[in-house]
Design a protein around this ligand. Structure first.
Ligand code: ADP
Ligand code: MG
Length: 594
């Protein structure tokens, strides 16, 4: 028998320690609270020093507004905040903190020192707290601003202390945290040091060049040099920032930086919208890099949903999801010729060892960023209700300057098309490019009663019995795409018509190939993307394959189709479809002065 104890009110210190469990999970979470306090106080410089991954010491110094001496004790009292007064304020919260819980929680599980001096005051005052017990107010020395020093985290809660990871792990969390803020607040200088080692030190970045430099420092120069800018609005919602090139995608989402109304977040809904936006240009399971800022009315997002405020609750999550997905799709759908893939892979270029040539430098030439930026802004806001409608409203065929991909001159190994353009040599992966062209056309025609080519005699296809069910589940999709296929008997199909754009030798083997790929991919597609999966397979299976000899007329036809196709810069799997070698790159290759 368990003996029941009477109900008692918890002691204040214990309450704080329990609350601390939510606020202070690890050193990085207390650094987060302290940085947010500094930002809320209007600081333009935040210096963080840590020892032993923050377990021994976290010291945050800022040049913000400071705390008047007579409020220091209140600052570390529970539920004491200067940031909200009424319940109504909660709905339109604009500061990062508001619970009045951080300082008392941290103080209850550490030895904390708080020193502060508002600008107008001559001397700083300080206060020490140990395990929740507040010491005397004493004069201290400090320039205008606030210093919070947290020593011996969890010294009085050994159970929690055990959960701290290796020093390097905790340091890593703190560094990433500060990097996240640095990508949000370009108007603030950040520094993190561990002992005598400086882990990050970035000055205020006022100009856009300085901002790009900061982004490059944190996310890699490759990212910012090749990234596609995005800036889309719909009503009061705006999404802007940079999207990583599909071919630079990674296996984890660690290079995805999201900010909503000035808060760093990791939100599942936004992550899913991003992936769907990249769906057509990314291999399944790959994660794009991004730096994205979503702005919407404070009242349409609830930041109270999660104590660490990483997950959000949107008032209209469906709408936000669709907006983000379409905005990303649209930003990626820059037709070939506009998004010159200059900053792409140059590893295929011949290696040159003389003269200290730097190929990376070559690839940065005429960066398309600026022209893209203006294009993104002038794009109509994506308010359509379905993907197919979006495709219908894309720029009309022929809007691009004709010949952006040059004139075909040769084919290499049955794989690459070489084309000549005024400023250099274009190289096209014929299969990848053709696949994209077909895929975009299939999507455009989807369900629009596409032109069909009737076969003189139906082609009979034998398929495995288990593929029969698979076919049945896709029969309607095949029809929407322009196929006419009947089941003669289980495992025996009759192909009577194919979409006209696929006119090719063997309709039967196309259908069989597509079913086979669908079979091997089963379950990997989200229900509403099943149709896209089918179209992608059809495109891949019917695109010209390596080894096929093309005539100049065929090659030029493909180049012209690419110029008129959205997303023509990448195949469905995210590989680039073409690249440019400029004349000056060729000249340098041969050490020819111009
Ligand atoms: P909250 O941030 O939720 O208000 P905190 O416990 O983090 O609660 O901080 C309590 C109060 O202390 C804040 O409302 C603010 O007035 C003051 N404060 C804390 N840190 C700073 C700082 N670095 N600069 C100025 N004021 C601060
Ligand atoms: Mg706070």
């Amino acid at each position: 028998m368990i003996e029941r104890a009477p109900i008692r009110q918890l002691q204040g210190e214990l309450v704080d320690q329990i609350a601390a469990g939510e606020v202070v999970e690890r050193p990085a979470s207390l650094v987060k609270e302290l940085i947010e306090n500094s930002l809320d106080a209007g600081a333009t410089r935040i210096d963080v020093d840590i020892e032993a991954g923050g377990a021994q010491l976290v010291r945050v110094l800022d040049n913000g507004a400071g705390i008047p001496a007579d409020e220091l004790a209140l600052a570390i009292a529970r539920h004491a905040t200067s940031k909200i007064v009424t319940v109504e304020d909660l709905a339109a919260i604009e500061t990062l903190g508001f619970r009045g819980e951080a300082l008392p929680s941290i103080a209850s599980v550490s030895r904390l020192k708080l020193i502060s001096r508002p600008k107008a005051v001559e001397h700083a005052m300080g206060l020490s707290v140990e395990g929740g017990r507040v010491g005397e107010l004493t004069p201290a020395a400090l320039a205008a601003g606030t210093l919070v020093e947290v020593r011996d985290l969890f010294f009085n809660t050994p159970a929690r202390r055990k959960f701290l990871r290796a020093e390097s792990t905790e340091t890593g969390h703190i560094l990433r945290l500060i990097q996240r803020y640095a990508l949000l607040r370009f108007d603030v200088a950040f520094r993190l040091r561990q002992g005598s080692k400086t882990l990050i030190d970035v000055p205020v970045a006022a100009s856009s060049e300085a901002q790009r430099q900061r982004i490059g420092l944190i996310m890699g120069r490759d990212f910012i040099e090749a990234a596609l800018p995005i800036d889309m609005r719909s009503g009061s919602v705006r999404l802007w920032g940079w999207l990583g090139q599909p071919e630079a995608a990674r296996t984890s989402s660690d290079q995805q930086y999201w900010y909503v109304n000035g808060r760093a977040v990791r939100d599942k809904l936004l992550g899913s919208a991003l992936r769907l936006g990249y769906r057509d240009v990314l291999y399944h399971g790959r994660q794009p890099a991004c730096l994205l800022y979503l702005e919407l009315e404070p009242r349409s997002v609830d930041v109270n949903a999660h104590p660490q405020k990483l997950e959000l609750r949107f008032r209209d999550s469906r709408q936000v999801h669709d907006f983000v997905m379409r905005a990303v799709q649209r930003a990626l759908a820059v037709p070939a010729g506009e998004a010159a893939p200059t900053a792409r892979n140059t590893s295929w270029l011949p290696q040159v060892h003389q003269g200290g040539l730097d190929w990376r430098e070559l690839s940065v030439a005429d960066s398309p960023i600026n022209s893209l930026m203006s294009r993104a802004e002038s794009a109509p806001s994506p308010s359509e209700s379905s993907v197919s409608e979006l495709s219908a409203s894309r720029p009309a065929v022929g809007e691009l300057a004709d010949g952006a991909l040059g004139q075909a001159i040769a084919q290499v190994h049955g794989i690459y098309i070489l084309a000549q353009r005024a400023d250099g040599l274009i190289i096209v992966d014929a299969h990848a490019a053709h696949e994209r062209v077909i895929y975009e056309r299939l999507k455009r025609d989807w369900g629009q009663d596409p032109a069909q080519q009737r076969l003189l005699t139906p082609e009979v296809v034998e398929i495995a019995l288990h593929e029969n069910d698979l076919f049945l589940s896709h029969q309607a999709d095949f029809a929407q795409a322009g196929f006419e296929i009947d089941v003669l008997a289980p495992g025996r199909l009759a192909v009577r018509a194919v979409p006209a754009l696929l006119a090719r030798e063997s309709a039967g083997s196309l259908v069989r190939d597509v079913l086979q790929s669908l079979q091997s991919e089963q379950g990997s597609h989200h229900l509403d993307t099943a149709a896209h999966g089918l179209l992608g397979n059809i495109a891949c299976r019917s695109a010209i394959h390596g080894g096929r000899k093309l005539t100049l007329v065929e090659m030029n036809a493909l180049l012209r189709e690419m110029e008129a196709t959205e997303r023509a810069g990448h195949c469905n799997h995210g590989r680039p479809t073409w690249a440019l070698v400029t004349l000056s790159q060729l000249d340098r290759l041969f050490l020819r002065g111009r």
